[in-house]
Design a protein around this ligand. Structure first.
Ligand code: ZN
Length: 260
């Protein structure tokens, strides 16, 4: 698929760091997912570094139609204000939509109030709801178990369906709620049974086995996963499950035509 082809679907991993230590050390970059879907540009979870890594890759924020925030934690929201400013050309163009859970906008908002007028609109994410951006639709099928209000998404383009499982403690509802040809999954921990509200490698393996996508991409690595070499974990999971599992790399662009 040609670069910036309006009919193609691609996902650029601006960063692959997850949780506090990996993000504050920047051993891996952070910055979220940049979706180019059939000519519609959507930014998901603009963590710290998003403005740097997106501009470096010549991804144009002023072409974005929407920014979608899974939850308010800093590793997902750190650059959300500057990305709203970039999407709206400093507020000179009232454009673009913001989708976020209510607790990202209320008591201690992560999106400054003065920026909200720059946007075409804000929509509150809720469990079981569907949303549309241009020719793309997405749903937030289930509220995750995490310390703040958190949703993953299932995106549907004219050609593909894929899921993004954002931060969560494991629960069976994840296996029942998500689907599609591609699964992107945030895997912070190497071992299960830890006290944190994050998915581990064995839990990710279980989810991939249950959902059986054509391809699964691991990302948002915590220190324990990083030390264990995510690409080796992905290779091992591919062999064990019989499904192609990839470990995202900083700056990796995945073209969804690989699924066809
Ligand atoms: Zn989180």
């Amino acid at each position: 698929m040609a670069e910036n082809s309006p009919s193609g679907d691609s996902i650029t991993f601006l960063g692959t760091a997850g949780a506090r230590i990996m993000v504050t050390s920047q051993i891996l970059a952070s910055g979220g997912l940049w979706l180019s879907l059939s000519g519609t540009e959507i930014l998901v979870d603009p963590g710290p570094g998003c403005i740097v890594h997106s501009t470096k890759r010549k991804l144009r924020a002023d072409k974005l139609s929407a920014i979608v925030l899974s939850h308010r934690h800093l590793d997902h929201s750190g650059d959300i204000n500057i990305m709203v400013e970039a999407m709206t050309q400093g507020g000179f163009k009232k454009r673009g939509w913001l989708f976020a859970p209510s607790d990202a906008l209320e008591d201690e908002p992560v999106i400054f109030s003065y920026l909200r007028n720059y946007l075409e609109g804000i929509e509150i994410l809720q469990e079981g709801k569907s949303y549309s951006v241009g020719n793309i639709s997405f749903t937030t099928p289930v509220r995750h178990i995490h310390s703040v209000e958190t949703y993953g998404m299932i995106f549907t383009t004219p050609q593909h369906t894929f899921s993004y499982i954002a931060d969560s403690r494991y629960f069976d509802g994840l296996c029942r709620s998500y689907g599609g040809e591609l699964l992107i999954i945030n895997v912070v921990r190497l071992e299960a049974g830890h006290p944190f509200d994050h998915l581990s490698v064995p839990e990710a393996k279980h989810i991939i086995t249950e959902l059986r996508p054509k391809v699964a991409i691991l990302t948002h690595f915590g220190m324990t996963v990083w030390r264990a070499k995510p690409w080796e974990i992905a290779e091992r999971l591919s062999q064990e499950i019989g499904i192609r599992v990839l470990a995202a790399r900083d700056g990796m662009k995945f073209d969804l035509s690989q699924l066809d």
